[in-house]
Design a protein around this ligand. Sequence first.
Ligand SMILES: Cc1ncc(COP(=O)(O)O)c(C=O)c1O
Length: 436
Amino acid sequence: MVQRSPRVTISFFRHGEISRDVAQRAVEELPRAVDPGGVLAGENGRREHFVRRSHMHKEFRFLMSTSQRERWLVRSEKRSWRCRPIVADALPFHAGLPGYTPTPLVEVPALANELGVGRVFVKDESERLGLPAFKILGVSWAVYRAISARSQGDISPTIEGIRDAIAGWPPVELVTASDGNHGRALARMATMIGLTSHVFVPESLPTRVIAAIGDEGATVTRIGGSYDAAVRLAADRAEASPDRMLIQDTAWPGYEEIPLWTVEGYSTLFYEADAQLRDAGVGSIDLVAVPTGVGSLLQSAIAHYRRNSLNPTPSVLSVEPESAACVLASVRNGALTSIPTGETIMAGLNCGRPSTIAWPSIEHGLDAAVAVSDEEARQAMTDLHALGVLAGPCGAASLAGVRAMLTLPDRRAALAIDSRSVLLLIGTEGIASGAA
Ligand SMILES: Cc1ncc(COP(=O)(O)O)c(C=O)c1O
């Protein structure tokens, strides 16, 4: 990472964002660098963030121009953008899967009190189709659609229908990269339909998460790099044989169909939430907070809450880890932007590049974005547990994000949230995901 040149460059420094982890790593690297007084510049060449070593005081001082403002943004005008909805075909498919039941929508009055709003609901995905995260919604629908497409015919939208369709096929391996939940869901789905799976995971993934993916029947390859590097390796493996299918939840030019089906699959949770909110007497919500990695779940949320039949529409708030805020960086830059990632307890959100098919909706329809620290996510997790919602770190990020936005008057005002507002927090994973 550190080039030992008179002007030391740390490539993981970047415009507008710096996490405590990254700063800590810089401190650890610096004593080994040749130029002790050197400036560590951002990869864009600007010296916004830098660490200077002071020989005189035998200490490091962190001098960062990153203001708090740069951790968030609001673009109110994006709330008026409209798009076609995602067709709700995935919901009846999911409803036919073994063990299906809508995940709970939990009202948490204590949070409404704390945040000074009318009502707060958590869509609690800590147990979805027997797994501790929402991801099986996208995987199952994408696998069904991919197998239908390969079969070149209509197949019944059930596990038996998929099994029948592949009965005459040579053995096919489902391949993916994952920072936990997606890979485990793919492994579960592959086993259910009688196929093998191979999951590439980043170096930083905790051993227990890797073991959970293996326990579902997958071959797991831990690579010596990030999630984004794992995605490239999985794509290479799938491309090397026609008997391998890449089931990835992020898109890039030329690989878009399966990620789009994944996004469609996620729509089930939003359709369920609509019905549950109606049952709770809520006509419309004012803000939905979405934990965000590559932005596929966010894409699904934007398609849902910016659909042309919906009026009024809520604020859609993306919540990312400080050390992997690629959507925030992209929105700020006005272009899809890759960033290097660090470590975070929010493993499922540890992605450095947004999905290319998510980007247009994000650019046009996302009105708010915030980055949160591990400490904020940890605190949110502790508080949710005390309130009876057993969210994991990614799931708790929603609460950390709304806290970061609503407890400071300028941010709250920018979002036009008041004492009557209704908030929906997407709690995307439970503690059993093992990432905590
Ligand atoms: C628990 C959890 N929450 C949120 C996300 C974010 O979804 P996306 O990568 O589509 O933005 C993920 C992705 O893996 C996840 O595992």
